[in-house]
Design a protein around this ligand. Sequence first.
Ligand code: ADE
Length: 423
Amino acid sequence: MVATQVKHDVKDLSLAPLGKQRIDWAGREMPVLRQIQERFAQEKPLAGIRLVACCHVTTETAHLAIALKHAGADAVLIASNPLSTQDDVAASLVVDYGISVFAQKGEDNETYHRHVNIALDHRPNIIIDDGSDVVATLIQERQQQIPDLIGTTEETTTGIVRLKAMLRDGVLTFPAMNVNDADTKHFFDNRYGTGQSTLDGIIRATNILLAGKTVVVAGYGWCGKGTALRARGMGANVIVTEVDPVRAIEAAMDGFRVMPMEAAAPYGDLFITVTGNKHIIRGEHFERMKDGAIVCNSGHFDIEIDLKTLKSMASEVKQVRNFTEEYRLNSGKSIVVLGEGRLINLAAAEGHPSAVMDMSFANQALACEYLVKNKGQLEPGLYSIPTEVDQEIARLKLQAMGIAIDTLTDEQVEYMNSWTSGT
Ligand code: ADE
């Protein structure tokens, strides 16, 4: 038994050495966050700040939590999904870094919500949220704590959609930083991060060959774009389904077949939902699918595949591999569901690679600093990451990648700022 004073609820503290080793490895790909951490260690911009981070507990999140600690924050980390926690990382954060963590892979929904409440008992001044569960709980159940809050930051598209709904309903009474929409976040994390890690999760769960398969990608937002692009790169025939007409044109002009799910259902060998919306794959679609079709989700919540209906159509459900369940339908055919319909990239793989999380979490760290610097000066509402911050993260990343770019000449600057010279 490993002794520690730090409050925690993690699976097994003896996993800490493995977690430490993997956290160190991830750090090699996170030079931007490392530079921010070094400055934070000198300047302590979050000194005395009580902070709650609700994130996927991964090697990359470990680096964010460590940077926040160097900044002087008194941080508690909880899981933003019951299946995404890396138990060795959670153990190492407690044992090696003295950070309070409440997260266990496979925790049930009740434990998940208990952890959210433990985190709120910390009376946070800042909340880093991924999917907006902590903020929604604060607003619905802990109104009296809102005066403690300086602000929140949100990591993901689904959370931003929820924050916008809160704003419309007049319940967002504090500033919230929109990390997701920073260019250095969604262009890379949502597109290349989700693209690669989703296929990684599918392959780890099933070991299927993608070449020659028909893959149906539901949703052509940044995550869908990345997933479709990478599936094509692996030799799959990709069909995209969309509800947004502009995105549908984009997918068609990017060279994908576009059609409704109803039409795509009989073709797909593999279905991947990345829409952020509910019941994208429903009973009528399962009915039309091929025997052995595989379905999975890489959107934030486990609502995109209607598993309740699928269960009602099945005579038997059995686990056939880790994260892989076969539903034997009354009709005789089988449908295979990966990762219980939860985000497959974090359930069966390790989430987005460190090199993209480097920029996402640089945005998170700087957003926290921005909130503290501007404490009391920001009206309630949703704020973009300042362009200078986004650009600085891009410059640091390029530098770390060893890529130099041109700078505008004085003549070009003058041209860009003038309207008098035309034809
Ligand atoms: N979201 C997606 N991938 C992630 C990762 N590797 N760490 C934390 N959050 C993530």
